[in-house]
Design a protein. Structure first.
Ligand code: UN1
Length: 499
């Protein structure tokens, strides 16, 4: 079991190209697998945010004038450096977040993919040319950068989500102020170092470590930050949305899901169980896209329960740096407490607990935060464990009588991020992709595994209509500008001087 080493004892904010080492107040970053402190992370103030925003504002003016293909060259270099350091990054990611090393590598790869994809946009970033209704007049639309953007990222995907937000912002000519989650700041430190080495001009990316209640709040209130891109909890998202609404500040949000796998009576059950196992218990269920409901046709309910239970027995739990481990720890005690609360709720609501339901505390689990993979059955779609996000390795099996009932159950939650259906019936496949009210739909695969060149986000309470990643991410970080060039030499009035 190799273990990467971080080259500092205390992280520093990165503002205007300077690593600000003098900050005093800090808290330890705890490895959730071992309980050990890895490094100290500073807790910054509103004043730090002010300086970061001022630096970003100044840098953005020049950066926006650099031709986009040249801005993209820096992103290509960033992607190459990430690729060179993939294993180092993946190990540090596993240490700060707990996800198993294979998933750590996958997440870093997602960031590399995003770097190269967005670098490609430097030579596209297409607008439109379109005929004018008037003679000798030219009309086009172009993307314009917005200015300083604030990004607030979660601990569950500390590098991938940061790249979904910062790379499109940067290639489009904006400057970024980034507040990473205090639980997982190491990826931010490593990524900022890479950006510096790749030659990103100072001030284009600024990292301010600290709490949402200080750093995040100051960013949301700052007049010079014109866009906020946030991924995190529903409650925080609502507060941010209210404030951004007051200020008419552009906001892109992603706030989780209550994602379901539907297993129809004609499904390949072994495949379905594999898909459920991977998307429900991978990352210990701490993905916004995690499968937390299995909506199963009554004719295959018992078979799915039996196969899932025996598949769950193969799940090894422990420190994700060990390649043989399949399920890592939960991020912290608050995460464990929330899962425990939902186990009690499920029991009180009358769901039947088939496996798990407890925290692992003995022996090798003593110093970390571990929870046993858990399966409830006979869950009704409207129970709280069938409706609310648990963010842990807990699956609720909801039996249904028909395809129609399955779709209805899927859509009965307040979220709309990801959904999946296992069936061999092509007609049902197409009906399902039309009727499932989620931003992401999978057929014959679990609910996780979004690729970076497609839009990521969801309907209803998952977000506010914007998308991360994909070319759609550019819509968050640019304004559309319509440009008319009249070369007739006379005043031509639109809508009036048309014969
Ligand atoms: C998240 O859960 O917040 O689709 C991000 C997936 C990953 C990204 C998940 N590519 O599961």
């Amino acid at each position: 079991m190799t273990e990467a080493v971080i080259d500092t004892k205390k992280l520093a904010n990165f503002i205007d190209g300077v690593w600000e080492k003098e900050k005093v107040e800090s808290v330890p970053v705890i490895n959730p697998a071992t309980g050990e402190s890895i490094v100290e992370v500073p807790l910054s103030t509103a004043e730090d945010v002010d300086r970061a925003v001022a630096a970003a504002k100044k840098a953005q003016k020049e950066w926006s004038l650099v031709p986009a293909p040249q801005r993209a060259e820096v992103l290509f270099k960033i992607g190459s450096l990430m690729k060179e350091r993939k294993e180092h990054l993946a190990q540090l990611l596993t240490m700060e977040n707990g996800k198993v090393i294979e998933e750590g590598r996958g997440e870093v790869q997602e960031g590399i993919d995003m770097a190269f994809y967005m670098a490609g946009e430097g030579r596209r970033m297409f607008g439109q040319t379109t005929p004018s209704e008037l003679k000798n007049k030219f009309a086009m639309s172009v993307r314009a950068p917005i200015g300083v953007v604030g990004i607030i990222t979660p601990w569950n995907f500390p590098i991938a989500i940061a790249t979904w937000k910062s790379f499109p912002a940067i290639v489009a000519g904006n400057a970024v102020v980034w507040k990473p989650a205090t639980e997982t700041p190491i990826m931010a430190y490593e990524l900022a170092k890479i950006c510096e080495e790749a030659g990103l001009p100072k001030g284009v990316l600024n990292v301010v470590f600290g709490k949402g209640s200080t750093v995040g709040d100051s960013m949301v209130h700052h007049d010079d930050i014109r866009v906020i891109s946030f991924t995190g909890s529903n409650d925080t998202g609502r507060d941010i949305a209210a404030e951004c609404g007051k200020q008419l500040k552009k906001l892109s949000m992603e706030m989780g899901g209550k994602n379901a796998v539907i297993v129809m009576d004609d499904a390949d059950l072994d495949l379905a169980v594999e898909g459920i196992l991977w998307s429900a218990f991978g990352t210990s269920g701490q993905r916004c896209t995690a499968c937390s409901r299995v909506i199963v046709h009554k004719d295959v309910k018992t078979a799915v329960e039996e196969r899932l239970l025996s598949a769950m027995e193969t799940l090894t739990i422990g420190n994700g740096l060990d390649e043989s481990i399949k399920v890592g720890p939960i991020i912290n005690q608050a995460g464990i407490d929330k899962i425990k609360k939902y186990i009690s709720i499920g029991n009180e609501e009358g769901a039947k607990l088939l496996a798990g339901g407890y925290e692992l505390k003995d022996g090798k689990y003593k110093s970390g935060h571990y929870f046993a993979p858990t399966l409830f059955t006979n869950v009704k779609a409207d129970m709280r464990i069938g409706q609310e996000e648990i963010f842990g390795p807990v699956v609720s099996l909801i039996p249904v009588d028909s395809f129609e009932e399955a779709i209805e159950a899927n859509n009965s939650v307040s979220y709309g991020l990801s959904s999946s259906i296992f069936t061999k019936d092509v007609n049902r496949v197409f009906q399902a992709q039309r009727d499932l009210d989620t931003g992401i739909v999978y057929v014959n695969a679990g609910t996780t595994g979004a690729e970076i060149h497609l839009p990521f986000g969801g309907t209803k309470g998952t977000g506010n209509g914007h998308r991360d990643s994909g070319v759609q991410a550019l819509d968050v970080f640019t304004e559309w500008k319509a440009v008319y060039v009249d070369y007739s030499g006379k005043l031509q009035r639109a809508q009036i001087d048309v014969e």
